[in-house]
Design a protein around this ligand. Structure first.
Ligand code: NAD
Length: 299
């Protein structure tokens, strides 16, 4: 069993760390938010007063932070994780969703310090994190992937080696760009159906077995009613916050700019999620785009 330092115990990190504890690993966590530390204690983990304390003596370090800036800060700043772990040389695994450039820069800094690092963003939402059924998309060397795989298996069901450093993040931003567009599409379909007087449960039942089916439709329906566990039935409590979706689609658009890739639907979807955030719903689940759309006028 491994000794794990876990930094970032938010909506995703807390249940992921709890699953590592359940699998028998020794987990010491740190988060800026004291309430997040309480959750880890209740799950049977230990808590630390700083990131450096959390990773002391660790053989594996996992981070689950909001964005690239946080990852740079936590790993690269004076006294950050790379400096703190240089001597013990644990495997570093960043599970946050961040830009490819930051993932590659932090991995390069880790390798220069003699440390192996994986970028291992996830898909599957908070339910996947709770149930230990996440999909991991992993970038890094074959060697590092082989070392990290059994740890990731305690938190996920599908663990894919996508390629070298940054490849996990590249897969993730393409995945979330597709999801962002799809969620708008499902929202438009359910809104139109409502206007046409259809029963949404019926629509859901039929479309979930027809060609419109998707994860957003069958598991995470943005219209209240058909999927009891979906955020749409819990006042759009996240889940995956709309502000984070804006972050991810922006990452995809920066990558599309850099590679001259046409992504017109993603650009449109981004403008919708941005308006959701501007309207004050950034902390709601991204499927709240359904409610926002319902308030729009037909152009
Ligand atoms: P979150 O905001 O709930 O959690 C992030 C945590 O990091 C917070 O508790 C915050 O206090 C902590 N943190 C920030 N800076 C820190 C620092 N310097 N030191 C220690 N802790 C710090 O976010 P989340 O929903 O858990 O998402 C985390 C990452 O996972 C994001 O990159 C997100 O895009 C990605 N992700 C989220 C979901 C989802 O459904 N929520 C799904 C897949 C991927």
């Amino acid at each position: 069993m491994a000794t794990i330092g876990f930094i970032g115990l938010g909506n995703m990190g807390a249940p992921m760390a709890a699953n590592l504890v359940k699998a028998g690993h020794t987990v010491t966590g740190y988060d800026l938010n004291p309430a997040a530390l309480d959750a880890l204690s209740k799950a049977g983990g230990k808590t630390a007063k700083s990131a450096a304390d959390a990773v002391a003596g660790a053989t594996i370090v996992i981070t689950m932070l909001p964005a690239g800036d946080h990852v740079r800060e936590v790993y690269l700043h004076q006294g950050g994780l790379i400096e703190a772990t240089k001597a013990a040389a644990p495997l570093l695994i960043d599970c946050s969703t961040i830009d490819v450039e930051t993932a590659r820069a932090v991995t390069a800094a880790a390798e220069t310090a003699g440390l192996a690092m994986l970028d291992a963003p996830v898909s599957g939402g908070t339910a996947g994190a709770r149930n230990g059924t996440l999909t991991f998309m992993v970038g890094g060397t074959e060697d590092a992937f082989t070392k990290g795989k059994s740890i990731l298996e305690a938190m996920g069901k599908n663990i894919f080696h996508a390629g070298g450093p940054g490849a996990g993040q590249a897969v993730k931003i393409c995945n979330n760009m597709m999801l962002a567009i799809n969620m708008v599409g499902v929202s438009e379909g359910f809104l139109l159906a409502r206007k046409l007087g259809l029963e949404l449960d019926k629509l859901h039942q039929i479309c979930a077995t027809a060609t419109a089916n998707s994860w957003a439709l069958s598991n995470y329906c943005p219209a209240p009613g058909p999927v009891p566990a979906a955020p749409s039935n819990h006042d759009y409590a996240p889940g995956f916050a709309a502000a984070l979706m804006v972050k991810d689609v922006k990452l995809s658009q920066a990558a599309a700019d850099a590679t001259a890739s046409p992504t017109p639907l993603a650009a449109k979807a981004l403008s919708f999620y941005q308006q959701v955030v501007d309207a004050g719903d950034g902390n709601k689940d991204f499927s709240v785009v359904f409610r926002w759309l319902a308030q729009q006028k037909r152009e």
